[in-house]
Design a protein around this ligand. Sequence first.
Ligand code: EPS
Length: 390
Amino acid sequence: MRYLTAGESHGPQLTAVLEGVPAGMPLSAEDINQELARRQKGYGRGRRMQIEKDRVNIAGGVRHGKTLGSPLALIVENKDWTHWTKVMGIEPITEDEQDEIKRKITRPRPGHADLNGGIKYGHRDLRNVLERSSARETTVRVAAGAVAKKLLSLLGIKVAGHVREIGGITAENIQYENIDELVETTENSPVRCMDEEAAQKMMAAIDSAKKAGDSIGGVVEVVVEGMPPGVGSYVHYDRKLDAKVAMAIMSINAFKGVEFGMGFEMARKPGSEVHDEIAWDQEHGYSRTTNRLGGFEGGMTTGMPIVVKGVMKPIPTLYKPLKSVDIDSKEEFTASIERSDSCAVPAASVVAESVVAWELANALTEQFNSDRFDSLRDALDEYRRESKEF
Ligand code: EPS
């Protein structure tokens, strides 16, 4: 499976084209809309989220509630477009009109794609860069992820994202019996955090950052239950599934690092305290007595829950601007102020779920017969049986 997205933050719409989704899989707009709504929530979002009411228009690939095996076209309109029809107009404009529009950006924001993107593509109006590099694009990544999540859920695989840290406040009390409990608790938390006490402090930290015209980042975690062992491969660097998952996390706007299981802590422990011992029983087949490696060995799933964390830097668009250089005058300036969120970590945990789900669904469709959804499900059932007895 693969997908591409198109669309600018304040353009008419965002579009995703998904290819390779098995035929005959039940799918409705509602499956996607509920994920889009989850991404829009979260304490710390700015005014834009009050304008948008993200809903998908499935414009290809589905008929009477089932996928056709043809490409899926997913469209989400930008409601804000009505305020930007001139600035973001499609048709050519004259020099005079350009002056009249006056939304040209020549002051790159530190930490954003603005300057490097301008240099690369030759855009002297940096709006041409920021419109596409904006995290608005994650809307349709979540739409694509919702399709992957649906496929996984029909195969008994559950994915959940939650927030571990915001602005230096760490969730300490993270205990849950199963993934459903994790989902239920975090779904009711404005910061998608399992630890209620930490959540209160996180919200206070977001309030003070907002007051100070600043932004804060954090750490999100994605947990996946139900993946069979041996998905991915050790035989080539580009077939290692953990590497693909790491790439997917790193591709989310503002993400700067990835950890699996106990993560960087492994550097400080001897091997005997890092590797997970192997066990077997009739009912479950193989398992590990711990899950310190976070569900991967040798680029393949172990069958234990996948546990992956990603770190999001503070959003670089600040109301309290940092110094920058105007690309026309070359004079020092404070960077352009654009409307933004003070913290988007809770929303980013939904995006992280989506991109991880996509990589896992893709790995399954690569490994098993997947033109038809039924064949994929049967092949996976058979493989699960075999790997238990192996
Ligand atoms: C974003 C800036 C803000 C955010 C936006 C990402 O948008 P605007 O400039 O229109 O206020 O709200 O996020 C979304 C629109 C979204 O859907 O998540 C940025 O610069 O990345």
